[in-house]
Design a protein around this ligand. Structure first.
Ligand code: NAD
Length: 493
């Protein structure tokens, strides 16, 4: 096996100079040509591939991630390099402005997607690859320069990621800073054109406050207390299998996995029995000695998860075994009487599966809304009508109907939170948009002077002229009701 590079903190003193270099590189215009961006993306592909085994080993070492889960992340990152490089010409093209009023058409209004400038990406540990490389890929594609700070809590992945990046990307434009709180604080003290942060809400608030001081835009990819709701009309066996899958990935350290499951009382026993059955099917020899089940990232997180489990007044149905020596936390199903249980006070980010009965869908929806009004994910399992009702009445960053967090595994579907669970989105085209400024541009032809003369004073009589040419006629009455037979507006497209 490839020996892993050592994780080394970047010296705090060097950070301002690095940031300055990367800023200068942006102003050198080097990252603007599409060919440069595509070349960087293609080089990144090969560098990830060349470090494939090292990244697998690093994931195993940092978070006990098995070959399937880590390999999935790697394939995702490499696919992203290819997909984004292939789509770049199309995405970066100037866009004709839609529905241009006739009188403005000669100005040829358009949108040009331009790089924002210099980007700071702060990563987290649970999916140490797909939460690190894809934002970088989006930022490169959009023509930015980037400083990336992987999570110090996945130090081996951070060290290999540094090797992946520094061995192949243009060092004047793309740098890795390794650090924990002091280094990240220094980074946040610098002026950026955008900050992209993935992690918990507490640090997200620090990032947002810091960014506000310099009016720097940011994307926050945070967590949430995500509800799953299983009604008596769901396929209970499949719901149990799918929800269990959602919670055993990354040993439960998945921001969009369900934090709790509300189950309609008549199917509660069947659901719990199916969960137990699915666990035995997935792990016939248990979860202790298999490559298919990971570990909590460190003893701090293990203790945090343990204290959540210790706090419950509910009944542990399955699991509960913890081994501090290797951060093992068994998948654990807990039956609760109500959502007032202390274990539901915070996001578990661990393989804890609290199940709570409900008697009426309206009350289940009210409960979910009171737990957190804008979670990251929502998982309705019911009839078509019930699923629509749940989708309509509970907000969330994203949702998977009749499934656990599968919507978050689609690399071309925009991914992001809403309200408490974050703001901004990325992935696929959304990654390009996330790091681009949509600049509106018009070009006034010299020959158009007579046509535009209406805008020059003296204005006497010109408002009437403007109304004739530019004012839309309402197609609705004073009650807001649409009048049949009237044209909505006259615009050219
Ligand atoms: P973490 O400990 O890896 O921290 C995230 C980043 O914040 C790290 O790079 C770390 O160095 C930095 N950081 C920590 N303290 C800081 C401080 N005081 N000042 C500046 N930077 C600081 O990860 P975490 O925060 O424990 O991550 C878990 C949380 O992240 C969960 O809530 C989870 O739901 C959420 N998450 C969200 C997503 C998403 O895509 N929405 C993905 C993964 C995790």
């Amino acid at each position: 096996m490839d020996s892993l590079p050592k994780f080394q903190l970047t010296s705090n003193d060097t950070i301002p100079n690095s940031v300055n270099d990367v800023r200068n590189a942006f102003h050198s215009q080097k990252t603007k040509p599409l060919e440069f961006r595509k070349q960087q993306l293609r080089r990144l592909y090969w560098s990830i591939k060349d470090n494939y085994d090292a990244l697998l080993a690093a994931c195993k070492k940092d978070i006990g991630k098995g070959t399937f889960e880590a390999g999935f992340e790697l394939e995702w990152c490499m696919n992203d390099c290819i997909y984004v490089a292939n789509k770049l010409n199309e995405w970066a093209k100037d866009e004709k402005a839609p529905e241009i009023p006739l009188m403005n058409a000669m100005l040829r209004p358009k949108i040009r997607n331009e790089p924002l400038g210099m980007i700071l990406i702060i990563g987290t540990y649970n999916f140490p690859l797909i939460l690190l490389f894809p934002p970088l890929i989006g930022a490169i594609a959009a023509g930015n320069t980037v400083i990336i700070k992987p999570s110090e809590n996945a130090p081996n992945v951070a060290a290999v990621a540094e090797r992946v990046i520094t061995s192949t990307l243009d060092p004047s434009c793309f740098r890795v800073i390794q650090g924990a709180i002091p280094e990240t604080t220094t980074l946040l003290d610098q002026k950026w054109d955008k900050i992209f942060y993935t992690g918990g809400a507490t640090v997200g608030t620090i990032v947002a406050k810091k960014a506000a001081e310099t009016l720097t835009p940011y994307t926050l990819e945070l967590g949430g207390k995500n509800p799953a709701i299983v009604t008596k009309n769901a396929n209970i066996r499949k719901a149990a299998h799918r929800l269990l899958w959602g919670k055993i990935q990354n040993a439960g350290q998945v921001c969009i996995s369900q934090n709790y499951t509300l189950v309609e009382r008549p199917v509660l026993d069947a659901f719990v029995a199916e969960m137990k059955g699915a666990l035995a099917e997935f792990f016939p020899s248990g979860t202790r000695n298999t490559d298919d089940y990971g570990r909590l990232v460190n003893s701090k997180q293990l203790q945090r998860a343990k204290s959540i489990l210790d706090s419950t007044k509910g009944k542990i149905i399955v699991g509960g075994t913890i081994d501090e020596s290797d951060c093992y936390f068994e998948p654990t199903i807990i039956l609760l009487d109500s959502t007032d249980d202390p274990m539901l006070q915070e996001e578990s980010f661990a393989p804890l599966m609290p199940v709570i009965p409900f008697d009426d869908l309206n009350s289940a929806i009210a409960t979910a809304n009171s737990m957190e009004s804008t979670p990251l994910g929502l998982y309705p399992f019911g009839s078509k009508v019930e699923n629509e009702k749940i989708l309509n009445e509970i907000r969330s960053g994203g949702a998977s109907v009749n499934d656990a967090w599968i919507h978050g595994s689609i690399p071309t579907l925009a991914f992001g939170g809403v309200g408490d669970s974050g703001q901004g989105a990325y992935r696929g085209k959304a990654s390009f948009d996330c790091f681009s400024h949509r600049r509106s541009i018009t070009t006034t032809p010299w020959w158009a002077e007579k046509l535009i003369a209406m805008r020059y004073p003296p204005y006497a009589g010109k408002l009437e002229q403007f109304k004739r040419l530019g004012s839309l006629k309402p197609n609705f009455d004073r009650d807001g009701k649409v009048k049949v037979g009237l044209l909505r507006c006259v615009h050219v497209s």
